[in-house]
Design a protein around this ligand. Sequence first.
Ligand code: C2E
Ligand code: MG
Ligand code: MG
Length: 516
Amino acid sequence: MIGRDWVGTFKQWLEFSLVAFAVLFFAMAFLFLGNVVMLQGDRQDLESYSNDLFARAVAVAAETEKILDSDWSTEAPCSEDDLDRMRYVIFYSRMLRDVGRLEVNRLLCSAGWGALPDELQALPPSQYHIGAVRFWSKIINPAHPQVISDIAAKGDIFVATSPAAFDRFISPPSGIGAKVVTSDGQYVFEKFGEADAINYVPAEQWRDQGGTLRFVRCDEKYALCVVSQKTDGGLFSREIVLPVVLALAGTLFGLFAGLVGVIQLRHQQSLPVKLRKMLRKKSLMLHYQPLRVLSSGKLVGAEALARWPLHNGSWVSPDTFIPLAEELGLMSELTRLVVEKALAEMGARLREDPGFYISINITAADLLDHDFGKVLDASVKHHGVLPAQVVLEITERTTSDYSQLDGAMRSLSQKGFRFYMDDFGTGYSNLGSLAQLPLDAIKVDKVFVKAIGTDSPVAEIFGPISKIAQDLRVNIVAEGIETAEQSSGVLQWVPDAIGQGWLLGRPVPAAMFPAN
Ligand code: C2E
Ligand code: MG
Ligand code: MG
């Protein structure tokens, strides 16, 4: 009992663990996947912002280079023709707003401001240069102190970038910062959003670090890079409801999956499923109980009794699984297995002693199964055993309608197989029809044997039963003989009875079956 309680507690614990594990697993999985999806989205946002900015920076660089590298020597500097040409050039520029002439750092004239006065303040020294091109970033234009722009100059030509060139990058999506820098990272042309936090290391493309995504794209020709960064990526940077909802959904899903698992587990552990599995694996075992001539104790046969061991070391009683197999329509499969095993395990003994027989329990379903006779034939042939060494026990209870079984029994009987009527006295046999059956013996049920020596009226019935047997000219096998008193009680009525019971030998595996 304690063992069973323990097994029950263990099963409950196992089921609980399964559900708890599923809940935990799916809650975490949902959060993890949610985070992966969000990070992916953040990456795409960052990448597309970066790529746009990069394309724009390259376009600005390309126009700057094109204008600065044009041949401006054909016109006299700051002449009307020169200014005309500048206006024309800038009119068709998308990224630049002004082009002009300068001497060292002093602006002389430009398309936008025309000729500039001599006393105009010079630009401060350039902030950076690449080859002959000098750069100023966000510099106050001396021609108009309210105009701030980026300026690039080569020789005596300068260009000012249009403020519209980068205006759509000024407010990047939340958490994104970006810089347009020289490829060595030394000089910053432009910066947007949370750019100050970006620590650019050349030659890296993508980096995920503690919730920060970094994307770098460089152009070799113009030696510039766009470095962008998103600081608060992923699920956990979002509002708290999102992770909470995902965790909750994962929990519910886990609960559902866990319960489905428990139902499946219970189903797997249900007896019908286990019975099918046992038949498939042929893990049924047989024990053999001696059948002896009661008067002399001579061993004449063995009854094969099915034994079903479970993994936990317990056994399922045949009184449970035989009716279950009948209910599930698995009986003929089970009987075939018993026949196969019994003849294999007891074959040597049967071949050695042609007077020895094996008694096998069958049901009505087996007799109604057309192939059963063929199975028996094949088995006895295969094991070199005589059909007469195989006794088939049918119970009175399952054979109330003998007319259907009569033909099958008769044909098996003609082949030499013998029949015992098992558990006789517990059913409702019509004695008339019983007389028609090809029976070799009746096995008087143990309730009658048990009553011998007691004052139970059932004991009285043993006499009439032996009379019937005499009339039908069949032998008597007495089941359930546990005491010497029961043995001599049976012998008084039926001197040549065969006996079966604990007094004469318990059911044991083939290897332990007595030699005599
Ligand atoms: P059964 O065919 O009448 O088998 C005799 C039963 O009585 C066996 O129970 C046996 O262990 C038990 N028994 C033997 N000697 C004694 C005794 O001295 N005292 C008491 N109290 N019992 C004794 P078991 O093995 O539990 O089988 C129960 C029933 O299950 C069998 O009754 C039989 O009807 C059925 N069964 C067992 N194996 C098979 C099988 O392979 N096929 C079919 N169709 N039925 C089977
Ligand atoms: Mg039996
Ligand atoms: Mg019986």
